[in-house]
Design a protein around this ligand. Structure first.
Ligand code: GLN
Ligand code: ZN
Length: 771
């Protein structure tokens, strides 16, 4: 009999540190300011701090309640490194045992010179990015290092029996891509048995080190959007977990297995897990609905009820959560325990670090540490933890009744929206009106909006915040930058200019700071990828726009030139995707509120003489639900919100949109549905692979497939850009083709920006001339 699964736990904890200690230590190592030993000891201290903190908060240090989930860069890459799934191009970095040193790990994650890093992509429907493993028929899976066992042993030596957390084998392979050179149609999942064999070794190593429970995360099981059919995924689950639970594991021992399936409804796959003999299964009861039917009659498995939202920051309604736990307990013979719905990786450390938030708003929030308290209260029950239940009830009521949460004038506006508000004139009419006022050449050149964010710009913002300069001085600093950027674009000969977005710290936070209904935090950092963190804004109330946001900057930029200047807005879906959103109203409703605020902004931009307006929606793909049956409704409201935002624009106003990431095959219909006059997309990294799909979809409006990758400082030659443009024109025709980089330039420096844009403009001219 294994030790019982802990009554209260969390699926994972932020790794970055309450003051981004890990980020600082890692970046200092990268820049050569500190050595590997320093980084290793900082990481070790951080792990110890996390354990101490979680124990202080009340998680038991002796029963595997405390997760051990450290990763220097990313949890998917951590598994790949341990099981030897390292692409051959890095072979020269591996030592005699096949392992990479610390610097080598980061080289795989970040690349170096001509050595391309692993590709990075979004983790389920979150804004966290993982590194995509590359698996081929010849990948040699072998336990080459055991960092996760070391972390477990280090904790045990300090008296804490933790629960190691790893990405599980099925998810690992579903998230992988076929390595370069793999035969056509090769499916990484075909390597399941080999991967499982190494996991078995790892489990044996954990057992030997004294682990009682190991958590294997299998979020891939909640999604049905894989190329692999669901039946095959479920078969893989049965195969993998039957093997892992079999007694034949080397040395005869293994820890009890807890398989967690966060981010959506696990559905009947829970039966496959139970049938495979795993001891505990974690279900997401925040995003997943009606699990009772799926678990009815399941015995011999502990159900770990994820009732505290790990992916958002609101205090839990403990009464509602307790009812979910009770409902689950009532249908099965299984034992039910309490947890978070996902790892707490997605939320900041503690609300105690936000003294400047209004007290009532702060009382509505639960960050990672507060969520630990909620899990413990639920596990203890109201009789044992009456105060926690009472505090949360007070928070829930105070939030419901607070001024600004429900604003009648905002509600009336969204309720009055009709299809007409989301519909512009037909495209032909718009083109005629736009051609009459815009004098653009064939293959017009433009950029995506931002120009390099220099240290001086960031310093000016910091000085404004500290009160070292006043608003007037700050405005003048931004205007000086706009003058530079406009002058530069005129010299380069671009056709549609931008003001460069110098005033924006972040394309979402900037709007959040200027809209009612949002709050921003001081220390609310969450990991986005590697050492990169973002500070999502908190959308707490009905959204409205107290005053124009971007109009002064755009008007000023336009006053400096005779060329058209493009106004620049962030779209409603992206504003929601990169903020913490409300859980008390449907997202679709909030999206319309944001859309109306943007619609007013567009009207004001038009009145200021701005004839081209871009509404960025880089996150449209990211929020796409993981379950196919939920996708149509999402695409419906997200597309409609964009159309509400842009639907008031005059025929003569040219509406642009921009989308990042090239994998949007599945949303191409939605992109068409946005009905923008011009759409720019990322395309250069995949060498315009997406164009046939664009042509096939009958996309008839303007399109600007990015002609160079902005993620690296490399300067593309005129010739290579000209080749891409010629290919693009052949595939979709010249009239609707625009010329632009893949994305904004804010992370680039000026030298490469100027050189690249020079080549882009001359390539466009050459291709125009060649006809
Ligand atoms: N306008 C934004 C910029 O140029 C768009 C960035 C994005 O799509 N991520 O920076
Ligand atoms: Zn982009």
């Amino acid at each position: 009999m294994p030790a019982p699964f802990p009554a209260a736990t969390i699926l994972g904890y932020p790794r970055i540190g309450p003051r981004r200690e890990l980020k600082r230590a890692v970046e200092s190592f990268w820049s050569g300011r500190s050595d590997a030993d320093t980084l290793l000891s900082t990481a070790r201290e951080l792990r110890a701090r996390t354990r101490t903190r979680l124990a202080e908060l009340g998680l038991r240090p002796d029963d595997a309640s405390i997760p051990s989930d450290f990763a220097f860069y990313d949890q998917v890459w951590s598994v790949a490194a341990q099981i030897g799934a390292i692409p051959t191009r890095f072979d020269h970095l591996r030592d005699a045992t096949g392992a990479l040193d610390l610097a080598g790990h980061f080289t795989v994650a970040r690349g170096e010179g001509d050595l391309a890093p692993l590709e990075m992509t979004k983790w389920f429907d979150s804004n966290y990015h993982y590194l995509v493993p590359e698996i081929g028929p010849d990948t040699e899976f072998r336990l080459v290092e055991t960092a996760s066992v070391t972390h477990f042993a280090e904790a045990l030596a300090e008296g804490v029996l933790t629960r190691p957390v790893l990405v599980g084998p099925v998810t690992f392979l579903l998230l992988s891509k076929a390595a370069d050179g793999a035969p056509a149609g090769f499916d990484p999942l075909s390597r399941l048995d080999d991967v499982v064999a190494v996991y078995a070794e790892l489990l044996a190593a954990f057992a030997q080190a004294g682990a009682t429970w190991v958590q294997l995360d299998e979020p891939a099981l909640v999604s049905d959007t894989w190329d692999t059919p669901r039946e095959q995924v479920k078969a893989a689950v049965r195969r993998a977990y039957s093997a892992l639970t079999a007694a034949s594991i080397p040395d005869g021992g293994r820890p009890a297995l807890f398989v967690a399936a966060p981010y959506n409804r696990l559905g009947c796959a829970i039966r496959d897990l139970a049938a495979s003999g795993v001891e505990a299964v974690g279900v997401d009861l925040v995003k997943g609905e009606a699990p009772e039917q799926d678990v009815a009659g399941i015995e011999n498995v502990t159900l770990v009820a994820g009732v505290v939202d790990g992916h958002n920051i609101w205090r839990t309604d403990l009464d509602a959560a307790a009812a979910k736990v009770a409902a689950l307990s009532s249908v099965g013979a299984a034992r039910v325990t309490v947890s978070t719905s996902t790892s707490l990786l997605h939320v900041p450390h503690t609300t105690a670090d936000e003294p400047d938030l209004p007290a009532d708003l702060r009382s509505w929030l639960a960050f990672a540490d507060e969520k630990v308290g909620e899990v413990l209260a639920l596990a203890a029950g109201e009789a044992a933890a009456p105060e926690a239940f009472q505090t949360n009830r007070t928070a829930v009521t105070s939030r419901r009744d607070a001024v600004g949460v429900l604003v009648p004038s905002v509600r009336e506006r969204t309720a009055a929206l009709t299809d007409a508000d989301a519909t512009r004139s037909d495209y032909a009419t718009r083109v005629a009106a736009q051609d009459a006022v815009l004098d653009l050449p064939a293959l017009p050149t433009t950029t995506i909006g931002s120009f390099p964010q220099t240290t001086e710009l960031r310093q000016a913002r910091a000085r404004l915040r500290k009160g070292e300069i006043d608003d007037a001085a700050y405005t003048e600093a931004m205007r000086a930058e706009i003058r530079e950027v406009i002058g530069l674009q005129e010299r380069l000969g671009l056709d549609v200019l931008v003001h460069g977005e110098p005033e924006r710290n972040d394309m979402v936070q900037y709007f959040a700071e200027h809209l009612d209904g949002f709050a921003t935090t001081q220390n609310g950092w969450v990991q986005s990828y590697g050492s990169r963190c973002t500070r999502p804004s908190i959308l707490w109330g009905d959204v409205s726009r107290p005053a124009p946001i971007t109009v002064d900057w755009s008007r000023y930029a336009a006053s400096l030139t005779d060329k058209p200047v493009k106004g620049m807005l962030t779209g409603p879906v992206t504003i929601l995707a990169w903020s913490f959103v409300r859980d008390d109203v449907p997202l679709a409703e909030t999206a319309n509120q944001v859309a109306l605020a943007l619609r007013d902004e567009i009207t004001d931009l038009e009145a200021a003489g701005i004839g081209i307006i871009q509404v960025d929606e880089p996150a449209l793909r990211e929020l796409l639900p993981l379950r196919r049956d939920q996708q149509p409704a999402y695409l419906d409201w997200s597309v409609r919100a964009f159309r509400v935002a842009t639907g008031g624009a005059a025929d003569a106003t040219q509406v642009h949109t921009h989308l990042c990431y090239s994998e949007f095959g599945e949303v191409i219909g939605a992109i068409d549905g946005l009905d923008a006059d011009v759409t720019s997309i990322e395309a250069a990294r995949s060498r315009m692979e997406i164009l046939p799909a664009v042509a096939e979809a009958g996309f008839e409006r303007g399109i600007g497939p990015g002609v160079y990758d902005i993620h690296s400082p490399r300067v593309p030659s005129e010739q290579e850009i000209a080749e891409l443009l010629t290919a693009a024109r052949a595939s979709i025709g010249g009239r609707k083709l625009w010329v632009n980089p893949d994305c904004g330039l804010k992370t680039r420096g000026y030298p490469e920006t100027i050189a690249s844009l020079q080549n882009m403009v001359s390539a466009a001219r050459a291709v125009r001339q060649a006809g």
